[in-house]
Design a protein around this ligand. Sequence first.
Ligand code: ADP
Length: 484
Amino acid sequence: TKHLKHPDRFIQIGSEARANTTALPELFSVFNPSSGELLAELPDMTVEDVSAAVARAYAAQERWAGLTARERSDILWRWHQSIVDNSDDLAAILTAEMGKPLAEAKSEVLHAADYLQWYAEEANRIYGETISAPSNDRRMLVIKQPIGVVGAITPWNFPASMVARKISPALAAGCTVILKPAEQTPLVAGAIFALAQRAGFPDGVLNLVYASDGDVIGRELCSNPDVRKISFTGSTEVGRLLMRQCSDQIKRISFELGGNAPFIVFDDADIDAAVEGAIQAKFRNAGQTCVSANRLYVQSSVYAEFGEKFTERVRKLKVGDGFDTDVSVGPLIDEQALAKVERHVEDAVQRGAKIRCGGRRTGSNGTFFEPTVITGVCSTMRLAQEETFGPLAPIIRFDDPDQVVREVNDTIYGLAAYFYAANLKRIWRVAEALEYGMIGINTGRMSSEAAPFGGIKQSGIGREGSRHGLEDYLEMKYLCMGGL
Ligand code: ADP
């Protein structure tokens, strides 16, 4: 991870997206969270740059939508293949700017490629319908057409797969795209876009913009009438703001927002499997995923066994620089993220909870936090109410299986929930009663390009992945043919 001041490749992508201006751009910096080292400086784009990108996307829209599905599919396939071919380099860039262990970064890059593959295939499966008309002199049909220009805003926690998951269905549907990656992690997005250029997307179909302040870009994307849809993954707070900004023009939206995922272990569960699932659901990406288990509920009769085995397993997790082999937990993204985990630990301990392992920041450089288990937790503590987004596992004991479902549903969020149980009747009842968009049953990991990812309540609107993800980029048009 050498110092890449003004890396030609990225400046080139940046300058292409910039408006015609002779003024030198302001720069913003990208750092490695494991070492604090400066990785790159990128042009800080202005409103004019964003509106120029929208104009290019708008100009390209008709031609892109006019290609055959097979032609769009072929380009997506080539892009998919080049991401697979370059996955080692992409993973190294991702680990450098975001911190996650290299093996996780590699699997994320391949998962990004999975989305491109899925939507390269799905591009060919856009169907309309014919409807039996109430009178014989007319015929009624529904056709599907691309929504138009899409503004996509992605977060730093999955800087490669979020980009692919968002823009591949849009492209498959025939929409052109302006992407704004998170300011902490624009480099892997830049590299993925460089590969897209080689795959043969026509000019203007894909546009990359970035800025140190997301608000500058967000306002332009939401207020420019040529942008027809905003697709956003990030915090519920920013989601609320974007929804308000989109309301003036009734723009289409797809939002994937925050969560507060419960992970419930019932007394009939396979405890060893539940421990493994909880490690996956809690510590993958250092707990920085919107589907990370935020609070573990364990039934009284298996509480002691689960607590011991889980804590034992957490003690073995190695924290450190993602480039070191055998590291399984990387740094948190920044100081602010670290401070939030500390606040959650402090609040719980002050209110009587017990730290079983971890509990502190660690390492001399970087923003590392020890993998932490806390017991004696109750649902009213901050760590059970708010999304911690860090390697902190609070365990809550429960007795009544009906009561626990009511308790975990008592939140504004509704993204992911997990539970472990064996009894078939219980599995169905609990799965149906949980007010969440995605339920992991006897698994700690469920994200897949083949499945609809998304939340209910204040966790979002719309779905990404699967055939449903494609529908979110299509408008339906009803054709009524009379006088027949
Ligand atoms: P996180 O807490 O994960 O950083 P954010 O919602 O702040 O979540 O960020 C997710 C994405 O939204 C990033 O790309 C960020 O730059 C962008 N963003 C943040 N604030 C705004 C805003 N006011 N308008 C548009 N985009 C924003």
